[in-house]
Design a protein around this ligand. Structure first.
Ligand code: SF4
Ligand code: SF4
Ligand code: SF4
Length: 275
């Protein structure tokens, strides 16, 4: 029974993604969606399964499987801009394709179920940032979260300006926007990580996608909860959390509640299996 339980969460995740894969394949009559979402779902389910089997780098496996696929195959080879500019672009053209579907699943409606699991298990920006030396922040959190709204508005204005100016060859421009955007994200993310001694500084202050992710993940079904009858208040979970979440507070109003990226570091570190 205990062994079966290990497969429950990965199986649920796999089934959710398979349902999306089959639904989109049939409704849009496009085999790509079946392959795409099956691959992503299987990769994330594999990450969860390896975590349950106590493999140390379980999350990193999922992050690299999904992250490299989206960055290299979808972005660089297939020329799909999967960044926020791509989302605006497809939204403005009224096409429910690539980036709009990706955003709907991973970043807008999906977080109602799996919170910011995207940030912990799949994001290609964090895939690189998590390799840096500052896995847990060495400084207090800054009050710089407002910057994410500026980058969010700038991305919207950039794509709006292209449409208003009726620029030709938009597809090509969006491809270059993807290259330049990723270059900027990685550069700023790495500089910030070293300057603030915090790998996830970019996620905390700059990333425009959190404008979608944070409010939706507030309602997430999947959350880290603390079993107070087991907890001995040792504080280890809070010390290892890369996002400064007040892990032992079970209320939805806990400090930095929408920052949790479901990385499971707190769960791994708890000596009493209270999380
Ligand atoms: S906050 Fe942004 S950069 Fe960080 S993991 Fe989430 S989507 Fe990626
Ligand atoms: S690590 Fe576990 S026991 Fe320690 S404070 Fe956190 S939940 Fe409680
Ligand atoms: S350590 Fe725990 S509370 Fe902190 S982000 Fe990871 S899963 Fe969420």
């Amino acid at each position: 029974m205990k062994n079966l339980k290990k497969f429950a969460l990965p199986a649920v995740f796999w089934l959710i993604f398979e349902t999306i894969a089959v639904t989109l394949w049939l409704t849009k009559d496009n085999l790509f969606y079946l392959l795409n979402f099956s691959y992503i779902g299987t990769s994330i389910a594999a990450g969860f399964l390896l975590f349950k089997l106590r493999y140390k780098h379980a999350r990193r496996v999922a992050q690299f499987l999904v992250g490299t696929y989206m960055l290299v195959y979808l972005g660089l080879i297939s020329n799909e801009n999967m960044q926020i500019e791509g989302f605006w672009y497809y939204l403005f053209t009224g096409v429910f394709e690539a980036a709009t579907i990706h955003y709907a699943v991973a970043k807008i409606f999906g977080p109602l179920i799996f919170g910011r699991g995207w940030c912990g298990f799949a994001c290609w920006t964090a895939m690189i940032l998590d390799l840096l030396p500052y896995k847990t922040p060495e400084q207090h959190r800054k009050k710089w979260g407002f910057i994410r709204y500026i980058t969010f508005v700038l991305s919207f204005l950039f794509v709006s300006a292209l449409f208003l100016a009726q620029v030709k060859d938009m597809e090509r421009i969006m491809f270059w926007a993807f290259l330049v955007g990723n270059f900027l994200y990685y550069t700023v993310g790495i500089i910030l990580a070293f300057a603030l001694k915090d790998n996830r500084a970019f996620c905390k202050y700059i990333c425009p996608i959190t404008v979608f992710l944070k409010p939706m993940s507030y309602f997430s079904l999947m959350r880290i909860k603390c079993d107070e009858s087991k907890c001995i208040s040792c504080g280890k979970c809070k010390r290892v959390c890369p996002m400064d979440v007040d892990v032992t507070d079970n209320s939805r109003k806990r400090e930095n509640r929408t920052e949790c990226i479901l990385c499971m570091e707190c769960v791994k570190s708890c000596p009493k299996n209270a999380l």
